[in-house]
Design a protein around this ligand. Structure first.
Ligand SMILES: Nc1nc2c(ncn2[C@@H]2O[C@H](COP(=O)(O)OP(=O)(O)OP(=O)(O)O)[C@@H](O)[C@H]2O)c(=O)[nH]1
Length: 310
């Protein structure tokens, strides 16, 4: 199954991403900087579907004085055949320590503590030489799985239950810098932090990718254009399982007709009043927003296959 004519590119004309840098993110950033002195290693968690977009430059620049490990989480949703290209790109950004993880089935989680221990061992623990415990600062944009990762580490290394709240919407962790033990030997603590976006998202396309991965609130970009961009990306990647899911005749490029079909198939319609020559009448129309939401949510759950957006 293939589309005969793919769109040459995606038209972002006239679109913008609303700025979103709430107060608790600014406070969180300030508190992180203040605690840096007592930190031995920075673990930055990001979404494996967008390894090159939307990382907060601050995490690497001003936190970069400490050993830095990049965890690309949600690997179960990403296209791992792109790994080599991604690693080459990240190398150019001076990111050398990378681990892919999946918190839903503990994949690769056991590599984390030995890697961190080795990185700390070969670094200069300035101000910290007397202290036997290692302290890790976990940072990342919202909703990439920081809390899930901490809970996995505790379960695997301490046989302990959840210490950090997990949520499907961005911005769940708001309490700043709670210290959580994740390992006994070596003695290792993690400081959990709230998700912090870059105050300036680099482009509309980056904003679109961040939103599709659920790291910024949908309405800052708009569900309609997110759905259109998703359709464009699925077609570019030859991922056509949306055709079967929504019982379509074949792949399509036109988001409006796709959303109309989804709305009808899912029974997502709404009654609106129309003014006609013979008075007001109620007519039933497709609920495009509900259809767009279903389409986006299905992608986030991995129902259309593994896809890297960068
Ligand atoms: N598919 C998949 N989902 C994951 C994975 N890790 C976490 N999630 C889900 O992603 C969502 C966000 O996880 P959290 O652990 O709350 O993310 P967070 O980075 O702490 O979020 P904030 O508190 O907003 O900063 C939850 O619905 C998790 O179940 C993963 O490896 N794969």
């Amino acid at each position: 199954m293939r589309l005969s004519l793919l769109r040459q590119g995606f038209d972002f004309t006239g679109r913008e991403v609303a700025n979103w840098f709430p107060g608790h993110m600014a406070r969180g950033l300030k508190q992180m900087k203040a605690r840096l002195r007592n930190v031995d290693c920075i673990v930055e968690v990001h979404d494996a579907r967008i390894p090159l977009s939307g990382r907060n430059p601050f995490f690497q620049e001003s936190l970069g004085i400490k050993p830095h490990l990049l965890i690309l989480n949600k690997m179960d949703l990403a296209d791992l055949s792109q790994k080599k290209r991604i690693h080459n790109e990240l190398k150019k950004q001076v990111v050398h320590n990378i681990i892919y993880t999946d918190c839903t089935n503990d994949q690769n989680i056991r590599q984390i503590i030995p890697t961190i221990t080795e990185m700390i061992g070969s670094s200069n623990r300035f101000h910290r030489t007397e202290n036997p415990e290692n302290c890790i600062l976990v940072v990342g944009v919202p909703n990439v799985g920081k809390s899930s990762l901490i809970n996995c580490l505790r379960r695997l290394h301490l046989k302990k239950g959840k210490a950090s709240r997990v949520g499907a919407a961005p911005g769940i962790t708001r309490s700043v810098l709670s210290k959580i033990q994740v390992s006994e030997n070596p003695l290792l603590y993690i400081l959990d932090t709230p998700g912090i976006l870059s105050p300036h998202i680099e482009s509309i396309e980056a904003g679109m990718k961040l939103a599709l991965c659920g790291t910024i609130l949908d309405h800052l970009v708009g569900e309609d254009i997110m759905a259109d961009y998703l359709l464009y990306m699925l077609n570019q990647n030859n991922l056509y399982s949306y055709v079967e899911k929504y019982a379509l005749d074949g792949p399509c490029q036109d988001i409006e007709s796709l959303l109309k079909k989804i709305a009808i198939k899912l029974g997502k319609t709404q009654k609106v009043k129309a003014i006609t020559g013979i008075g007001n009448v109620n007519i039933t129309v497709p609920n495009y927003s509900a259809a767009a939401y279903d389409f986006i949510r299905s992608y986030r759950r991995g129902e259309f296959g593994q896809m890297t957006l960068d």
